[in-house]
Design a protein around this ligand. Structure first.
Ligand SMILES: [Zn+2]
Length: 89
């Protein structure tokens, strides 16, 4: 007789902070930042997106990398910079 064992999910599902649904899925997003001297747009940033309400969450490592990119961008004298997450290393 089979016991009703619960399937162990390898992937940890995250609850959405806004609508509390288990609807967060991996996605890519465009990150927009306004620095004192310019605007920065980073495309293709990995994120978790709520398929319910559209809330976007970045992981700590992604936030760190965005920080790094922004620090580098600050030194480039440009009003608007559009870059790609994967190419900005
Ligand atoms: Zn949500």
């Amino acid at each position: 007789m089979e016991r009703g064992l619960q399937n162990q999910e390898g992937e940890r599902k995250m609850k959405c902070l806004i609508c509390k649904e288990d609807a967060m899925t991996s996605d890519k997003s465009t990150y927009f930042a306004q620095l004192p001297n310019c605007y920065v747009i980073i495309e293709n940033v990995p994120c978790l997106k709520c398929s319910q309400c559209g809330e976007v969450v970045y992981s700590a490592s992604v936030m760190e990398r965005i920080d790094d990119i922004l620090k580098k961008v600050e030194k480039i004298a440009s009003k608007i910079l559009i870059t790609d997450y994967d190419q900005a290393a």
